[in-house]
Design a protein around this ligand. Structure first.
Ligand SMILES: Nc1ncnc2c1ncn2[C@@H]1O[C@H](COP(=O)(O)OP(=O)(O)O)[C@@H](O)[C@H]1O
Ligand code: SF4
Ligand SMILES: [Mg+2]
Length: 325
């Protein structure tokens, strides 16, 4: 992975709104980020900050009342937002796949696991024979006995279903795999085993990953770079080591301090005070200002632009990089 290469995925100024009777609610506000070939980009931020919305918007899988209002999403030079639906359908799964939070969402209860693979191959014009052999290979790849190809989803444990979801996501050897909290429902040991498996597969198969999880320590361990979202905006984006060592945004610092294993002793642990704002009536200026220990009048008045604190280290904070903050 090198950020000198051209990005595989480029999201620029993406705006997503939910339309409802009380007015439009802006869920993503001019969000921009890149994903480079072969890298693992982690997305962090409290519940409701827009991580899933971003994942779904990239693949144009958002459902009404959510709509993309502006911006662009380019994948390997192609404009995904302008692409006709049938071309996009061919690209989904073949080039970009997604593993959902609940594997049950991705699996059809009346189809066997094997039939899921057959459907996937058939939908993309691959011969059934090759598909069957590949399905056995993929099951082995995620440490499942191919005998489970004959099982229905409900006959498998949660961990096994999630592995099936991952095997399906890798079936057509996509260049980008999006993982939206793929293991939250599983116990920690299974969770870690599955993610470590994915990381080793990434090293072998070379796909890039966008990795969304609540488990910040795990993200710090696995991700090459981390993007932090707050209330629909990018707060910070940096290589993992730089983000952990020199977080530029007070919200990132808060997230890091909320995990005892990362910073200091247990007695120093504190969650970020307050809760994320309602997106129906977000705070003026910097949306983090009501919770920010470093807020000034400028923060209330003006939305901080995203700027580079160091090469490759982006931050949206008026006071990032100032001493004693
Ligand atoms: N169907 C919906 N109608 C209105 N608002 C929604 C809907 N679904 C999600 N939201 C809002 O969109 C915001 C972003 O949600 P989401 O992308 O799911 O966040 P995350 O994945 O980071 O937890 C949240 O404020 C959530 O309340
Ligand atoms: S811009 Fe101001 S309120 Fe926002 S994070 Fe920075 S210091 Fe805090
Ligand atoms: Mg989510």
């Amino acid at each position: 992975m090198t950020t000198a290469a051209a990005p595989l995925l480029s999201v620029r100024d993406l705006v997503v709104e939910y339309i409802d009777a009380a007015g439009d609610v802006r869920i993503l506000d001019a969000l921009s980020l890149d994903v480079y070939p072969g890298e693992i980009l982690g997305l962090a931020g409290e519940s409701g900050c827009g991580k899933s919305t971003l994942a779904f918007a990239i693949l144009r899988l958002l459902r009404p009342p959510a709509v993309i209002r502006g911006g662009s999403v380019h994948f390997a030079g192609q404009d995904l937002l302008a692409m006709p639906e049938d071309a996009l359908r061919a690209l989904r799964w073949r080039d970009i796949s997604i593993v959902f939070q609940s594997a049950m969402d991705a699996l059809n209860p009346v189809l066997t696991v094997g039939e899921h693979f057959e459907d996937t191959f058939r939908a993309h014009g691959r011969p059934a024979e090759a598909g069957r052999a590949r399905a056995r290979e993929l099951m082995t790849l995620v440490d499942l006995d191919p005998v489970n190809l004959r099982s229905f989803p409900h006959q498998l444990s949660g961990g096994m279903r999630q592995r099936v979801g991952i095997a399906l996501a890798l079936a057509l050897e996509p260049r980008l795999v999006i993982l939206d909290e793929p293991t939250t429902a599983l116990d920690v040991v299974v969770q870690r085993a599955i993610l470590e498996k994915l990381v080793s597969l990434r090293a072998r198969l070379g796909f890039a990953m966008v990795f969304i999880t609540h488990d910040l320590p795990l993200m710090l361990e696995l991700a090459d770079r981390i993007g932090v979202l707050y209330a629909g905006r990018l707060a910070e984006l940096a290589p993992t080591a730089a983000l952990a060592a020199h977080p530029g945004h007070p919200y990132t610092r808060g997230l890091l301090h909320a995990f005892p294993s990362l910073h200091g002793s247990l007695s120093e642990v504190r969650a970020i005070e307050g809760t994320p704002p309602s997106l129906r009536s977000p705070p003026t200026g910097c949306r983090f200002h009501p919770r920010c220990p470093a807020a000034t009048a400028a923060c209330v008045a003006e939305n901080p632009a995203v700027r580079a604190l160091a090469p490759g280290h982006l931050v949206a904070c008026h006071h990032a990089g100032e001493a004693a903050r």
